[in-house]
Design a protein around this ligand. Structure first.
Ligand SMILES: [Zn+2]
Length: 237
C-alpha cells in the first residue's frame, strides 16, 4: 500500500525512504545470491557485475515481460529449429527483441554454456535450443529446471526448445516471470509427485521407462506453469 504523497508528513516520508532502502538492500542481496547460485550452469564469468545488477534492478522496478517475436521473426526461429532438431549435441540460438540472431553456440553433449557477453546479448530476447535424443530414447524431452531459471534470470520474451518430435515454448502469461525461488520450489515439489506417478505406471507396465523419462519434465511443467502463471506449450511437430 502506498500513501498519497500530499498526506505524508516528513517523518512518514523518512520512514518510507528507510523501508525502501532496506527492501532494496535485501533485493540486491537476493539477486547476488541468485546469480552466484546459477553460475555453475552459466560459467564463472557470469558472477555479479554492475551492468548485470543494473539490468536486474530495471527488471525489478518495471516488472513487465518483453513482447514475443512478431510472426515473421517467429517463423524464422522455427526454421532454424528445424536445422538444429536432429543435431547429436546441443546448440543454442538467441534472438533480440527485433528477431535478429545475436548468438549461436554449440554445447558439449547436452549443455550449452553462455558467457557474460552472450547473456547480455540474450537478455530480454528469445532463446531456442535443441534437446538431443539420448541413446535408447525416442525424444529429448522438455525444459530442464536450469533452462527456465535462465529464462527468468534474463527476463526472456520466450524460452524455446526443439526435440526430435516436439517444440516447446515457455513465456510469462502475466506481467513478468515469477521469482526464481518460486520456480525452483514448484518444480521440485511437482517433480517428486510426477516421478512417483510415472514410476507406478512403469511398474504396472502401461509405460516403458524411457517413455516415462520423456514425459516427466513435460508433465512437471504443465502443472508448474499453471501454478506460476506461465504459458507453456508442447506442440507435436
Ligand atoms: Zn534445455
Amino acid at each position: 500500500m502506498v500513501a498519497h504523497p500530499s498526506r505524508l508528513h516528513p517523518a512518514g516520508e523518512a520512514q518510507q525512504l528507510l523501508r525502501f532502502l532496506i527492501g532494496f538492500a535485501r533485493a540486491t542481496r537476493r539477486a547476488r545470491r541468485d546469480v552466484v547460485r546459477y553460475a555453475g550452469s552459466v560459467d564463472k564469468e557470469a558472477a555479479l557485475n554492475w551492468p548485470r545488477l543494473r539490468r536486474w534492478i530495471v527488471d525489478l522496478v518495471r516488472p513487465t515481460a518483453p513482447r514475443p517475436l512478431p510472426p515473421v521473426a517467429g517463423n524464422n526461429v522455427r526454421s532454424v529449429e528445424d536445422t538444429l532438431r536432429h543435431s547429436p549435441y546441443e546448440i543454442g540460438a538467441a534472438y533480440n527483441r527485433m528477431g535478429q540472431e545475436v548468438t549461436r553456440k554449440e554445447g558439449v553433449v547436452a549443455r550449452v554454456v553462455f558467457n557474460r557477453d552472450e547473456l547480455d546479448a540474450i537478455h530480454g530476447g528469445t532463446l531456442t535450443h535443441n534437446h538431443p535424443t539420448p541413446p535408447g530414447y525416442r525424444d529429448g524431452g522438455s525444459f530442464s529446471l536450469a533452462d527456465v531459471l535462465l529464462a527468468v534470470q534474463e527476463n526472456l520474451a520466450e524460452l524455446r526448445a526443439v526435440s526430435a518430435t516436439y517444440r516447446y515454448s515457455m513465456r510469462p502469461s502475466g506481467r513478468a516471470w515469477p521469482r526464481r525461488s518460486s520456480v525452483r520450489n514448484s518444480f521440485e515439489r511437482i517433480e517428486e509427485a510426477v516421478t512417483q506417478s510415472l514410476r507406478a505406471q512403469v511398474q504396472q507396465g502401461t509405460l516403458t521407462a524411457p517413455e516415462a523419462d520423456v514425459e516427466r519434465y513435460h508433465q512437471v511443467w504443465q502443472q508448474a506453469a499453471a501454478e506460476l502463471k506461465l504459458t507453456y506449450v508442447r506442440e507435436v511437430d
